[in-house]
Design a protein around this ligand. Structure first.
Ligand code: 13P
Ligand code: 13P
Ligand code: MG
Ligand code: MG
Length: 392
């Protein structure tokens, strides 16, 4: 196989600061990052690049021949984020440098804050891909759509009628808490798969492979900033790369699950469930209650490593009804205010600032037995006295 056709797509993202709150990346920070990548393209480190954003997350889409986890490419992304963060600091942007958790780059951005989705492929004659990028949610937000794309025949007609997909797909699932992987085959282990990925805060689909030939079909970023940082530093807004057509799901099969604005964890303060709203680039910004969580989808063809495109896939009236439904769901969820299930459950809240508040209340609690015997009896006594006074 000629090296000509072997190409790696790296999508590396970070929140390096944003305008007016966790709202939107500033164009000057994007320009600073783009200058670094333009220079790298000129030098031949990368073949091509595209810089964009969703909400407050700066996205670097790069193609190169260095394989996944390349220190050259990760170092380049780190440099681009650093330069962008310098501009963010100079402009006084909000949370400047938010996701750059360490000052020391040591060959790989994993564990330092940025999110990474990368795949090395052998380019097909035509290589269509979709890059999904979401803000105000977490990597597990891709569990439901990826399951539908690669395992649900009601979504993906090709699973039934295309012989190249008919054997199904393999799902690599990462346990974010234990740092362990399991690979499950669909359709035969579909129920086991669902038993795991139905808990998206813990089990995340990391990669999907076509079962018949182990070709990679999709990859998701799976960094969890809070677990890395040991404190709350914002949600780990995820990205994913999905290959389309010719033995992979058709473009429309890949977009179809996003017509359902499913509930994802994130939104305000990374602490609420809300609908995932697919939007075009012009609406890739979070407003209402810092949301609702948004996702963009950019389509490209990879041609000799070049990025042809993008096309802005959710900038389309076909998703208007989805967006309307998302607004209605947002209204409904918001009316619960600080109550679950709008607010995340206690396990997830562990990684927010809520434990600091709960800590303060700790000493106010009285043991239940003592309370019933003494404190509560005393209160009841007061009630009894009042009652007998009323009868006199
Ligand atoms: P491919 O198998 O060439 O991807 O075509 C499927 C398709 O696009 C049907 O809509
Ligand atoms: P980001 O993770 O997008 O920075 O948002 C953090 C937040 O707290 C929004 O309310
Ligand atoms: Mg932010
Ligand atoms: Mg964000």
């Amino acid at each position: 196989m000629s090296d000509e056709r072997r190409v790696t797509i790296s999508v590396i993202k970070a929140d390096i600061g944003s305008i007016a709150g966790h709202h939107k990346v500033h164009p000057d920070t994007m320009a600073a990052a783009a200058r670094v990548l333009a220079e790298a393209k000129r030098k031949g480190t990368i073949i091509d690049y595209y810089v964009t954003h969703v909400g407050d997350d700066l996205q670097l889409i790069m193609t190169h021949r260095k394989g996944v986890d390349s220190s050259d490419i990760h170092g380049l992304a780190w440099e681009a984020f650093k330069k962008a963060a310098e501009v963010a600091k100079e402009l006084g942007l909000y949370a400047a440098g938010q996701d750059l958790l360490s000052d020391a780059f040591s060959g790989n951005v994993r564990g330092l804050g940025p999110g990474v989705a990368e795949m090395e492929i052998v380019e097909r004659r035509s290589e269509p891909i979709v890059v999904f990028m979401a803000d105000k949610t977490e990597p597990g937000a891709f569990n439901l759509p990826l399951f539908k794309i690669f395992a649900d025949p009601f979504n993906t007609a090709g699973l039934v009628i295309d012989p190249r997909m008919h054997d199904g797909f393999k799902f690599e699932v990462l346990d974010l808490y234990e740092g362990k992987y399991v690979v499950l085959n669909s359709p035969e282990e579909m129920y086991d798969l669902l038993a795991l990925i139905g808990t998206p805060s813990r089990y995340v689909i990391k990669r999907v492979y076509r079962k018949s030939d182990d070709e990679i079909a999709a990859v998701v970023s799976s960094e969890r900033l809070n677990l890395i940082a040991g404190r709350y530093v914002g949600k780990d807004d995820p990205v994913a790369i999905v290959r389309a057509q010719s033995g992979f799901p058709a473009l429309g099969e890949i977009l179809e699950p996003f017509s359902f604005p499913h509930l994802v964890a994130g939104w305000m303060r990374g602490s609420h469930w809300g609908p995932l709203m697919p939007v075009g680039l012009r609406d890739a910004k979070c407003t209402r209650f810092d949301g609702p969580p948004r996702i963009i989808g950019l389509g490209f063809n990879i041609t000799k490593g070049r990025l042809i495109g993008p096309v802005d896939l959710f900038d389309d009236p076909a998703f208007d009804e989805t967006r309307r439904l998302a607004q209605q769901i947002a209204d409904y969820m918001r009316r619960h205010g600080p109550f679950m299930p709008h607010r995340l459950g206690p396990e997830e809240m562990e990684y927010t600032t809520l434990p600091q508040v709960l800590e303060k209340l700790k000493n106010r609690f009285t043991d239940a037995e003592y309370y019933t015997k003494y404190v509560h009896v005393k209160l009841r006594g007061v009630v009894k006295e009042a009652e007998s006074e009323a009868h006199d």
